[in-house]
Design a protein around this ligand. Structure first.
Ligand code: ADP
Length: 259
């Protein structure tokens, strides 16, 4: 267990929910847009529960083999290497499938028997089934596809988890997060949070994703390290949001009025 204590500002009852999900061996799904603290929360909880955390960032090529394990050739021998899911199941770690909807469908099939009363993993290449360790926990995150471009998670898969929704924190808490994460001055933190909320409310811009807490933290870090405020806001908040020249101009004008 590392000495590093993850900083996470509690928003609601998420800590209790997670702890009870762990105690009752029920998998948990954390829903919400990118950059809203989902991963940080899971780090924080695994630290609190004193459990090892194994994270897999899922993408469209992520397959069950990547999770379960594979044979590799070493010299004249063929040896089996456990994948991260198998390691977590054996050791009793928390396995975090970040952006589970992005993974290939065989990943969902592979975790099936781990997400119900059986709590076992079938390793087809070895022809064996292993029982999960008492403390094994499955956690997944998912970005609901309100906007185009995000993959959906099947309802039958969602129903294998209890679920929590994450969103952008209220201004007061988001300001505290910026200060804690970057030591930026209160006034600047407030300005950045105001910009974030202003852009979040501009639904007519049709942005695929809007300003996340992560982008605000990045802007605050640049300002803290001495980059001018407007430039920091431009490169950390505006440019990552859109490539559309007119939207860039409009957002730039708006931010320059606010910082
Ligand atoms: P997600 O997994 O939802 O994409 P992260 O957990 O990586 O997002 O959060 C992005 C950043 O936002 C973190 O690195 C942290 O700086 C900040 N953050 C967001 N919410 C919180 C919170 N409640 N407490 C502390 N930091 C937060």
């Amino acid at each position: 267990m590392s000495k590093y204590i993850p900083y996470y500002h509690l928003i609601d009852k998420e800590s209790e929910v997670f702890t009870h999900s762990f105690k009752n061996k029920i998998p948990i799904l954390i829903k919400g847009p990118t950059g809203t603290g989902k991963s940080r929360f899971i780090e924080y909880m695994s630290h609190n529960l004193e459990k090892k955390l194994i994270t897999i960032s899922c993408h469209e090529e992520t397959s069950s083999t990547d999770l379960i394990g594979r044979y590799i050739i070493k010299g004249a021998e063929t040896i089996w290497i456990d994948g991260p899911l198998t390691v977590a199941v054996k050791e009793g770690a928390i396995l975090y499938l970040d952006e589970i909807a992005e993974a290939r469908p065989d990943v969902i099939v592979a975790i099936h028997s781990l997400t119900d009363h059986r709590r076992e993993l079938y390793i087809d290449k070895l022809g064996i089934t292993i029982k999960a360790h008492e403390d094994f926990m499955l956690v997944a995150s998912y970005n609901p596809g309100y906007q185009k471009g995000f993959k959906e998670l099947k309802p039958s898969t969602k129903q294998r988890f209890i679920a929590l929704t994450f969103n952008y924190p209220v201004a007061k808490i988001e300001t505290e997060i910026l200060i804690n994460e970057t030591s930026v001055e209160l006034e600047t933190a407030k300005q950045l949070v105001a910009i974030g909320n202003k852009i979040r409310n501009l639904t007519e811009l049709g942005l695929t994703e809007t300003v996340s807490t992560r982008l605000l933290v990045d802007a605050a870090k640049l300002i803290k390290s001495g980059l001018p405020k407007r430039l920091s806001t431009h490169v950390a908040i505006i440019e990552p949001l859109t490539d559309e020249p007119q939207t860039l101009e409009a957002l730039k004008d708006l931010c320059n009025l606010m910082i």
